[in-house]
Ligand binder design. Structure first.
Ligand code: XLS
Ligand code: MG
Length: 344
């Protein structure tokens, strides 16, 4: 086989079922419990927010934070897993109500930068060079409250400080068009990769593409993936699914649109995704609110299963028949070739 995929998952993907309209439906579990479940579920790597690693991070000294991080690394490796990436969770703090890097308040912007530099130190301790930035509150609830040009300058200033903090780290920005903000900065892969050129080291600024976020932006996920790959900037993928334009659903991979799932896996496979930087396939999905604690990881285990089944479909697809139909411009027949292949 041409490609061995490595699968990744985050502690936040074992959620307690809370939504905007109601409280938790499942008990909270600690990291040790989650790591054991990840291993059992067939995962290779773990994605972390800084405060998934060190709870109450803002109340602890820099030395204490790194000491706790070293302990967590041991737990992760003790399960035979490794750390894929670390991301600063900038959207929970009272200091980031108006956004972090793009806040209109200078002290709050500084807080966001300091916390991000600490995330890089944590990542070093955890043995990864991949820093993910999901720019949750970098955008506006009221369009007139910020300037886009000014915000891009702030974002570049923050990115430059991170790039200067350690020579090997890579920043993978995760685009999303909205939620929690009304209108987010850097909503698509195109925005992210254009932004990379506003920084001091564009080669170290790339992207993480999430299926649901592409659907929310009205874009085709496979094309977003391939756009980033074509520029050697696809450093992680968050595969999941999304049923149209509504709140961010984080459904299991393939649960809404199997054909898009096929196209996503086909793009990854055709471009040998993962051969550079050992990039992982992550499933950023969630259990349904109705799921019990015994089913809490099924969404991700099923996503992985669907991915691997789809990989078989991709590898068994008659590419030469498809090429012949492309050559004769019989796209109607090409369409049906894909459909019948998927129906099996
Ligand atoms: C939220 C994002 C988030 C990132 C990590 O929509 O997908 O979960 O992947 O910060
Ligand atoms: Mg994500």
């Amino acid at each position: 086989m041409t490609n061995n995929y490595r699968f990744s998952i985050g502690p936040w993907n074992i959620s307690e079922g809370r939504d905007s309209y109601g409280p938790e439906t499942r008990p909270a579990k600690d990291l040790v419990w989650k790591l054991a479940l990840f291993k059992k579920g067939g995962f290779d790597a773990v994605m972390f927010h800084d405060d998934d690693i060190v709870p109450d991070i803002d109340t602890k000294s820099a030395a204490q934070v790194l000491k706790e991080a070293a302990e967590v690394r041991k737990q992760v490796e003790g399960e035979g897993l490794f750390v894929e990436m670390v991301a600063p969770r900038l959207w929970f703090s009272e200091r980031t109500i108006d956004g972090g890097y793009t806040s209109n308040n200078a002290q709050d912007r500084q807080y966001a930068i300091d916390r991000s530099l600490q995330t890089i130190d944590i990542a070093q301790t955890m043995g990864t060079e991949l820093i993910v930035l999901w720019l949750a509150r970098e955008g506006t609830y009221v369009r007139e409250s910020k300037s886009y040009a000014r915000s891009l300058e702030y974002l570049a200033e923050a990115a430059n400080k991170m790039l200067a903090h350690h020579p090997n780290i890579r920043l993978a920005i995760e685009p999303k068009p909205n939620e929690p903000v009304d209108v987010a900065y850097l909503p698509t892969a195109g925005h992210v990769l254009a932004f990379a050129h506003m920084t001091n080291d564009p080669g170290r600024v790339g992207s993480v593409i999430e299926s649901a976020h592409c659907v929310l932006a009205g874009l085709d996920t496979a094309d977003e993936l391939e756009f980033a790959i074509a520029q050697k900037k696809l450093w992680s993928v968050h595969l999941n699914d999304q049923n149209g334009l509504k709140f961010d659903q984080d459904k299991p991979f393939g649960s809404v649109n199997l054909r898009s799932a096929f196209d996503q896996v086909r793009v990854l496979e055709r471009h040998r995704y993962g051969s550079e930087h050992n990039a992982c396939v992550a499933f950023d999905s969630h259990a349904y609110r109705t799921s019990g604690i015994d089913q809490v990881l099924d969404h991700a285990v099923n996503s992985r299963k669907t991915f691997l089944r789809m990989l078989e479909k991709v590898r068994a697809f008659d590419e030469s028949a498809a090429s012949a139909l492309v050559a004769s411009r019989d796209y109607q027949a090409l369409d049906q070739l894909v459909i019948e292949h998927l129906i099996g």
